[in-house]
Design a protein around this ligand. Structure first.
Ligand code: ZN
Length: 231
């Protein structure tokens, strides 16, 4: 659970760069962990979302079908983290307010609005911007956001057998410790490297920005963690 000072520190580092294009909405407190018995990718009710966020005009929807098509290509091994997760083509309201522009992607487990209230209709959503679709980066953006969802839903209360005192989430974040970058964002980018199936240049915003590379050992550990924590 984040305490208020930790959250402030996290937010400060999260938005330190104006080039930030991939964000997770930082959870304040524990979210309900979805059950993982039935992997599925649900459709979002755009009509409801339009009503919910019409004041911010953040739901685009022009590429909603494209986003759903990309979501349907998410590897089966990652789907246990996505129970009930809905995919939205548009700009997440809270992230848009914080960034001052539309994030390429946002994972929001708690439905945050631009007025810092949460629990809104878009709880448990992944948002993908139209620009991400138009530039051909949607599949990598989705994998980055799914990475946030996996960490949030599967890694927090999961332990490697030989390291039972520290959660898989903490161990992996340690592997991505960095002087400048938010390790949670580097870890999410590692999902793109570990699970992307296309052969084009990968869109890994934080790896590129901080000239970071994940070792083969860390990528192996990440895949092992997904396997272990999905069971
Ligand atoms: Zn992110």
């Amino acid at each position: 659970m984040f305490t208020a000072p930790k959250l402030l520190a996290l937010l400060t580092s999260l938005f330190a760069t104006v080039l930030l294009t991939l964000v997770i909405v930082a959870p304040r407190g524990e979210a309900d962990t979805p059950s993982i018995d039935s992997p599925s990718v649900d459709k979002v009710d755009l009509r409801l979302l339009h009503e919910a966020v019409s004041g911010h005009q953040v739901v685009d929807g022009q590429y909603q079908e494209d986003v759903l098509e990309v979501a349907s290509t998410i590897p089966a091994s990652l789907q246990p983290a996505l129970k009930g997760t809905k995919f939205v083509n548009g700009c997440h309201p809270w992230a848009t307010k914080e960034l001052g522009s539309c994030a390429f992607g946002t994972y929001d487990p708690e439905g945050w609005d631009s007025d810092d209230t949460h629990g809104h209709e878009w709880t448990n959503t992944i948002w993908v911007s139209s620009q991400a679709v138009r530039t051909g980066k949607a599949s990598d953006v989705v994998l980055h956001e799914v990475g946030h969802a996996v960490v949030h839903n599967l890694f927090d209360d999961c332990y490697f057998p030989q390291q039972a005192e520290v959660s898989v989430k903490e161990l992996l974040l340690q592997s991505f410790a960095h002087g400048g970058a938010n390790p949670a964002e580097l870890l999410a980018d590692a999902f793109v490297v570990a699970f992307s199936t296309h052969s084009d240049d990968l869109h890994t915003h934080y790896f590129d920005d901080f000239n970071f590379q994940a070792s083969k050992e860390v990528l192996l550990k990440l895949r092992a963690a997904v396997w272990l924590c999905s069971k």
